[in-house]
Every structure is written in C-alpha cells, then in structure tokens.
Write a protein that binds this ligand. Structure first.
Ligand code: PCA
Length: 329
C-alpha cells in the first residue's frame, strides 16, 4: 500500500520536472515570403539565435512562403494567438491607420539611413497601435528601394497609359493610377503566375523581389526609380511573450535587436547582389530619364497630397518631427 504513495521528495521532483517541461515553448512564425528572400533568411537566423541563447527553451519554427496562413491572415492569427509570431509587409495595413503607409510615400526617406530614421520615428506609434491589439513588434527591416520592371525600355511617360502594373500594396496601386496605368495588387509569390497568365505587363517592387522571382523570365528592363524603401515587420502575441520566463524574454528581445541590425545590412548587400543577378540574366538596369523622372515626381506628389488628406493630426506630427530631424542632419 505504502509503495503507491509518493514521498514529498518524489512529489517535489515531479513538480520541478513538470515545471521544466512547461517552460520549453515552441512557437510558429508565419511569413508570406519565400526561402529565397533575405527577410526569410534573417528570420531563420533569428530563430536559431533564440534557440541557442535559451538552450532550446524557446524554439521558433519559421513557415515561409505563406505556407502556414496567407499574408492577410497573419496579423489576425497572431492576434488570436493561434500563431505566436508573424512577419508582414507593414504597408498592407494602410486601411487600418495612415502611419502604416508612411514608408511607401515618395520624398520621405530615399536612402537606408533615412529609412531607418523613419522607422525609429514611427516605431512608438506603431508599437502603441499593435499593443492595443495584444501584439508586440520585434523588429522591422527595409526592402531595397522600389523600382519599375517592364518588358520594354521605359523612356516616355505615355508608356504608362493603360499599362497593367502589379503592385504590392494600396499606395503603390494609387501611384500606378496617378501615372495612368492599371494597377493590380498581387502577392510576391503570385508574381510568376500573374505574368505567365498575362494578367500584368509590368511590376513595381525591389531588386530583391525581382531576383527572387526571376524577373528575367517575364521582363527585360529594370528602372531604378528609387521610389521608397518599404519595410517588413516581425511581431508577436503579447500573451505568448508574457508566458515566457524573464531570462527567455530577454534572450528573445536581444536576438530581435540583432536581427534588426543584421536585416538592414542584408538588405543593402542583397540589393547589390540582386542588381548584378538581374544584369547577369540579361536584363537592362538603368535610371529613369528626365521625362520619366518628371512623371514619377508628379505622380508621387499627388500621392503624398492624398495621404496628407487622409492622415490625422498625430500622424502628421510624427512625420513632421521626422522631417525636421532629417533636414537638420
Ligand atoms: N518586395 C515585396 C514587398 C516590397 C518588395 O520589395 C513585394 O514586392 O511584394
């Protein structure tokens, strides 16, 4: 009889073991971008860093290419907590708040340094909005500047007339419209199908996405329009974070900080590599001529004005502060 009654010591040991196992957490991270993307490579490195720093107490499985949930379902899923971490193209949230589209506005941040300053200036507001939904941003990384892919040499603004252009978000669609083109929003992973089925003639995206999606199969020219440097942001479910012990939380935040730094460097390097890859595969890469540059400027000005009309006071102020600081540097 006695044998079946656990001694206090055995009980204590069992509790300790149970607590030990409960501590080891396994998270899923959903991203819409494929394995060829430097963002995905950075996220995988982040997951490795976390596993190593926590001795396996927190492991994060990165599900790339929209394989876990679709792009638009990533934020809702992380909010519900069915997925613990996610990465999105921040400006797909433009319908929710104008702060989410400031990184797809022309004339705001045209270099990596400025894009990073813009992130620092907007981060508090973005973090606050995410916190209201029980979400916590971890890091954001810019894509290389956006340019224009066509299957002809872009020399003249008239060429935009009626051109069906793939765009990654609403603001870029507005921009295409301002140029006289017909925009279609298409996920990165759907780019090859959009071209092969003849749904689009051209696209706006970065050197990186052009390279990852083998743009040379569909188009011949890349015009480095240097429109803007939009960002991806990685964020997590706050409750999932709160369930981690303090040391694990710290390790996670520390790895996130490193991922952000590394990501911006990777973006710069990937831009160079991608521009080379485009050319090696027979594409012509050039800067816009005067006529095209003037048309882009005009379409950009209209875009910026319409954003200003949509934006509330607090958001305008954040942008104004950023611009003052930028111009003082
Ligand atoms: N690549 C992503 C977002 C911006 C970019 O450079 C895309 O085109 O979908």
């Amino acid at each position: 009889m006695h044998k079946n009654i656990a001694s206090p010591l055995t009980l204590a040991l069992a509790c300790a073991l149970a607590a030990g196992t409960a501590q080891a957490a396994e998270w899923n991270m959903a991203t819409p971008y494929g394995d060829a993307s430097f963002h995905t490579q950075n996220n995988k490195q982040f997951a490795e860093d976390v596993a190593e720093a926590t001795d396996g107490d927190l492991s994060i499985n990165v599900h790339s290419g929209g394989s876990l949930v679709s792009h638009e379902e990533i934020k809702p899923s992380v909010r519900r907590g069915t997925v613990q971490a996610g990465e999105i193209f921040l400006s797909i949230l433009s319908n929710e708040h104008p702060i989410f589209e400031v990184d797809t506005l022309p004339g705001v941040a045209g270099s990596y340094d400025q894009a990073y300053e813009l992130w620092e200036a907007t981060r508090p507001m973005i973090a606050e909005l995410f916190a209201e939904e029980g979400l916590m941003p971890l890091y954001a990384v810019a894509w290389p500047a956006q340019g224009i892919y066509t299957d002809f040499e872009l020399t003249d603004e008239e060429q935009f007339e009626g051109l069906r252009v793939r765009a990654p978000n609403i603001n870029t669609q507005r921009f295409v419209q301002n140029l006289g083109g017909i925009p279609t929003e298409t996920e990165e992973s759907d780019i090859p199908t959009a071209f092969s089925t003849g749904r689009v003639d051209a696209m706006i995206t970065s050197s990186s996405t052009g390279n990852a999606m083998t743009a040379w199969d569909y188009v011949s020219h890349y015009t480095e329009a240097n429109l803007w440097l939009p960002k991806n942001m990685v964020f997590i479910n706050q409750r999932a974070f709160d369930r981690l012990d303090e040391a694990t939380q710290e390790a996670l935040l520390e790895a996130a900080e490193r991922a952000e730094k590394r990501g911006w460097e990777m973006s710069k390097e990937n831009n160079q590599e991608s521009l080379e890859a485009l050319q090696e595969n027979g594409m012509t890469v050039s800067e816009p001529n005067e006529d095209v540059a003037a048309a882009l400027q005009e379409a950009g000005d209209t875009l910026f004005e319409s954003w200003q009309e949509r934006a509330d006071e607090a958001t305008l102020e954040v942008l104004e502060d950023y611009r003052e600081q930028r111009d003082a540097n």
